[in-house]
Write a protein that binds this ligand. Structure first.
Ligand SMILES: CC(C)(COP(=O)(O)OP(=O)(O)OC[C@H]1O[C@@H](n2cnc3c(N)ncnc32)[C@H](O)[C@@H]1OP(=O)(O)O)[C@@H](O)C(=O)NCCC(=O)NCCS
Length: 146
């Protein structure tokens, strides 16, 4: 089940962040700020086995005709079960409803799983930032029309 994130989710999202993004993870403070920032939508997917748990989460920013998918992450034990697809489908709808005409995101070229996920969902590379991440991997800027 998808629902808007609430303050009680911040600690669990921060644990997932640390697990998924390591040194680039958002802190609890940053996640709390995202939760209340104007023009942001933070969505969580509840863990079906533990309704107070978080199976995945995603953060969208919309400014004018541009939507930015700022984060999407799924508990490693619940991958390939459609959690990210459900989160993304909801945010694509929310972005359209807010008037956005395209969605952008950044992903490391080394993150082949996420790149495959986005490619399967219609995102195409429009730009590449060489040596963007700490491991020297390039950042791929991907776009999808809404
Ligand atoms: C990328 C990520 C969000 C995908 O989440 P998920 O819930 O497993 O994705 P879904 O189950 O909805 O996947 C749907 C489709 O995406 C593609 N896909 C997802 N993960 C993939 C992988 N590791 N390798 C290849 N294809 C993949 C497949 O086409 C998959 O369909 P299939 O399972 O029927 O083959 C998840 O792996 C994750 O949290 N990664 C770590 C955080 C991250 O990298 N976030 C993105 C940063 S930009």
């Amino acid at each position: 089940m998808l629902r808007p994130a609430r303050t009680a989710d911040v600690a669990r999202v921060a644990l997932l962040e640390a697990d998924l993004f390591g040194r680039d993870a958002w802190s609890e403070e940053q996640i709390g700020a995202e939760l209340s920032a104007p023009g942001r939508a933070m969505l969580v997917a509840e863990d079906p086995a533990d309704r107070s748990g978080v199976a995945g989460y995603a953060v969208l920013g919309v400014q004018g005709d541009l939507a930015d998918l700022l984060r999407i992450g799924v508990d490693p034990t619940l991958r390939r079960t459609g959690v990210a697809s459900a989160l993304l489908a909801h945010l694509l709808g929310a972005a359209r409803a807010a008037g956005a005409e395209r969605m952008l995101l950044e992903v490391s070229e080394a993150n082949t799983g996420a790149a495959a996920f986005y490619a399967a969902r219609g995102f195409v590379e429009i730009h590449r930032r060489p040596r963007y991440y700490r491991d020297d991997a390039a950042a791929l800027v991907l776009q999808r029309a809404l």
